[in-house]
Structure formats: C-alpha cells, structure tokens
Design a protein around this ligand. Structure first.
Ligand code: ZN
Length: 191
C-alpha cells in the first residue's frame, strides 16, 4: 500500500486532508483524513463503499449518501478521523451490474437474490487493503462506524482495536427500510 498524494481538502463538512493510495493489487483509494497526527483524540474511522447513485446522485434506493455525509459530520465533530472510500461499486459487481440488479429488484427480487441471479456472490468486497490504510496512519485504537462484521474482522486482524462501534442515525424511507431488512437477515449486519 503506497501513499501517492496528499493535499488540503476544504469541504462543506470541514477542513480535511485528501490522500491517494495505490494498493499492490492496482486498486486506487481516496481517503479523507482529519487531524490524523493528533494522538490526544481517538479517531473515528469508516470504510465507505463507493455508491455512485447514493453518494452523488441522491438515490433513495439505499442509504449510502446519508451515511457518507453523517460520517464526515461525525469526524469533524470528533476532531480526528479517517474516511476510506472503497472503490467497489455495488458490493464489488460494478456500476452496470448494479443497475441490472436494480432492474431485477424492480421485478420483485431482493438485493442479495438479485446479485445471485446475475451470477455473483452477495458481496464480493474484501477489506484487507482498507485495514492496511488504517494501519498506515499508525492508528492502534479507533472508533468504528459500521454494522458489517466482515469489515470489523479485517480491522481486528490488522491488530487495530475497535474501542467503540458507532451507529449512524437518520430517517429511513420505505425503500431503504426494505434494503436494510435484507442486509440484516441475509448478510449478518448488526443493527
Ligand atoms: Zn448505495
């Protein structure tokens, strides 16, 4: 894992640094950091999986956009933290396959069944590289925003201690309620 760029990143959520990382696999990561060197504060960390439709286009089919914005607000409030933007659209199947899955969902399949119908496992993401990035910043203890047991496992395997798991709170519209229900039942997410 190599850091290839670092720059100031003023945003509507606060002043951050933006980093570019390149993994040995060739995968490229964008990371936002806040006061990463300040040892007096335990950092808040989130691994956010890319979701073009939710993050940038205001989709109500998922809660990704809200999670992203809430995370940046929390990191700003906490005064220290890291957001790793994981470049794995649609749980790793790519944007066009994600749109095909939406098409299947419109015909009544849930998110997991739709991915399987397209010939993919429910979730193709892996989190080792994200854990390497957290390690790169020297964090030994973090507060982690996630309900995903796979992410938690990857971080703990790197020897990083999760001292607190933070839940994000926001209004759920009817599309999202259904989507979260499937995450809980079929993917073991913790709510
Ligand atoms: Zn999404």
């Amino acid at each position: 894992m190599e850091k290839v760029a670092e720059a100031n990143f003023p945003s509507k959520f606060g002043n951050f640094k933006i980093y570019g990382f390149k993994a040995k696999s060739g995968k490229e990561y964008v990371v936002l950091g806040k006061n990463v060197e300040d040892d007096s504060i335990i950092p808040i960390v989130r691994i956010h999986s890319q979701c073009l439709t939710g993050d940038a286009l205001g989709s109500l089919r998922c809660d990704c956009g809200e999670q992203l914005q809430e995370t940046l607000k929390l990191i700003e409030e906490n005064g220290r933290g890291l957001l790793i933007y994981q470049p794995e659209e649609g749980r790793g199947i790519g944007i066009l396959n994600k749109l095909k899955a939406y098409e299947l969902q419109d015909r009544g399949l849930d998110t997991v069944d739709a991915n399987e119908e397209l010939g993919f496992k429910a979730d193709l993401r892996s989190y080792e590289e994200c854990a390497q990035i957290i390690s790169h910043f020297g964090f030994r203890e973090i507060k982690f925003i996630s309900n995903n047991p796979e992410k938690i496992k990857a971080i703990e395997n790197m020897g990083i201690k999760i001292v607190e798991r933070i839940k994000l709170k926001f209004e759920k519209n009817e599309f999202v309620k259904n989507y979260l229900e499937v995450k809980k039942k079929k993917m073991g997410h913790l709510f």
